[in-house]
Design a protein around this ligand. Sequence first.
Ligand SMILES: N[C@@H](CCC(=O)N[C@@H](CS)C(=O)NCC(=O)O)C(=O)O
Length: 205
Amino acid sequence: MTPKLKLHWSPRSPYVRKVMICVHELGLLDRLELVRSVAAMLKPNPAIMADNPLSKIPTLVREDGLVLFDSLVICEYLNALADGSLFPAAGDDKWHALRWHAFGNGLLDALILWRNERERDVPLPALMDAFALKTQASLVQLEREAPALAAAPFSIGGVTVACALGYLDYRFDALGWREQAPRLAEWHAQLSERASLRDTEPVDG
Ligand SMILES: N[C@@H](CCC(=O)N[C@@H](CS)C(=O)NCC(=O)O)C(=O)O
């Protein structure tokens, strides 16, 4: 039996979702062993730390023991393994894809910190306002870019923006982002018809 790639995994993490969308798109699901791992900023997990001292998910352990993180590195590795096309090799497609990746991941970073702050007994108002402002501004900008997103080839860029929007649905439902960004919502709805996105929607568990 071929040894498997071990992935520290959770059905809630948007960064893990990004990796899992790539796994589905690249047809690599049977190469993976998914290990349910709880990663919380305030509670480093020794089981993850045995592989990744940063105690973050996703973390991928290759058959030969090499440990890969973070999510972008894992996605690029998997894309190379399957000779996929999720990372455009050159030209403007490449820069758009990497920029949208950075945009989506940066938005996710802000949303995760926002949620952590929201959960505190006494959230810092200035921090809450700053996260809200960045999120609103990101939605305005992504709404402007919706036609370009729709015209671009399917790539890690669109996948990551979609994961950030999916996380808004999951943890920030009350924000009602679709009303603020209708063209972006249409793009997201179309992309979400792909099996890779449908099968990886965040769930508690
Ligand atoms: N930049 C990392 C972010 C990963 C990340 O922050 N994952 C969260 C789970 S959604 C985590 O592991 N949090 C635990 C911690 O920060 O200690 C990536 O893209 O993989």
